[in-house]
Design a protein around this ligand. Structure first.
Ligand code: ZN
Length: 267
């Protein structure tokens, strides 16, 4: 009886995965089962970032199949900023003018994979920030080995209508404060469960109202699945870790972070 009660209560908790690549080919064999597993765990809101135009069709199909659960972004990921980036930006503008999106993402700068494209990465990032302002949408930032460069662009665009999520936040306390001062929530995922993840050491100094949960699935699976395929149901493990960092219940973490996601995405 107790387990039934617990299960019912558990299902009432709403967890939000603010960053999940549901269309990734890693899920081609079991996508529906994977999503059902997540929904059973209380993860019923999936925010899906784009990387470039090749994923657009698959994203629309997912949204059509799960209209209550799947919310789409449009955007050009910094690792896909190549010679054709201007065509990709036109594709995004066409998408934005044609229908509703919940955010521009994921966008930003990545100096881990390719430093040679820094110039055009910056141009594409700034351009997409301006599109977000035009369409009154939040941005979802991808930052890898590029905090200084990202902040340089963000500071040049600082304004009340700039807001969003610093996805997979891995910075230090000062960088967290700067991101928050730029109207950004910090996207917390599997890294917070890693032994060398570092952010768990200062997170308690940051109010839960500034955090949202994410997986970045199929990447960055939390402990004990580190190194394996990640999936949205594992948001539960991130929430559990935050509950212990903040000394609150997992239900409290779910409620506050889902409210935060609604405040950003308007849905
Ligand atoms: Zn991502």
């Amino acid at each position: 009886m107790q387990s039934i009660l617990k299960f019912t209560y558990f299902c009432r908790m709403i967890l939000t995965d603010t960053h999940t690549h549901l269309y990734a080919e890693e899920f081609d064999l079991d996508r529906d089962q994977m999503m059902q597993r997540a929904i059973l765990k209380g993860v019923s809101r999936f925010f899906v970032p784009a990387v470039n135009s090749t994923c657009t069709q698959a994203m629309y199909e997912l949204e059509e199949k799960y209209p209550e659960n799947v919310f789409l972004m449009a955007g050009l990921h910094p690792c896909y900023v190549k010679e054709n980036y201007q065509e990709e930006l036109v594709h995004i503008e066409n998408q934005l003018s044609g229908r509703k999106f919940t955010a521009i993402g994921e966008i930003g700068i990545d100096l881990y994979w390719d430093k040679s494209t820094l110039g055009i990465q910056k141009i594409a990032f700034k351009h997409q920030i301006q599109l977000a302002k035009k369409y009154k949408l939040p941005i979802v930032i991808h930052c890898r080995e590029s905090f200084d460069e990202i902040f340089e662009v963000l500071e040049s665009e600082r304004s009340d209508d700039l807001f969003g999520v610093f996805h997979c936040f891995t910075g230090n306390f000062e960088q967290a404060q700067q991101a928050i001062s730029l109207n950004m929530k910090l996207g917390i995922g599997g890294v917070v469960t890693f032994k060398n993840g570092k952010i768990d050491q200062f997170l308690h100094q940051i109010d839960l109202k500034h955090l949202v949960l994410e997986t970045d699935s199929p990447y960055l699976a939390p402990v004990p699945f580190r190194g394996k395929r990640n999936e949205s149901s594992y948001v539960y493990l991130v929430a559990e870790k935050l509950a212990s960092v903040y000394g609150v219940s997992i239900e409290t973490v779910a409620r506050i972070t889902t409210e935060n996601s609604k405040a950003i995405f308007g849905i």
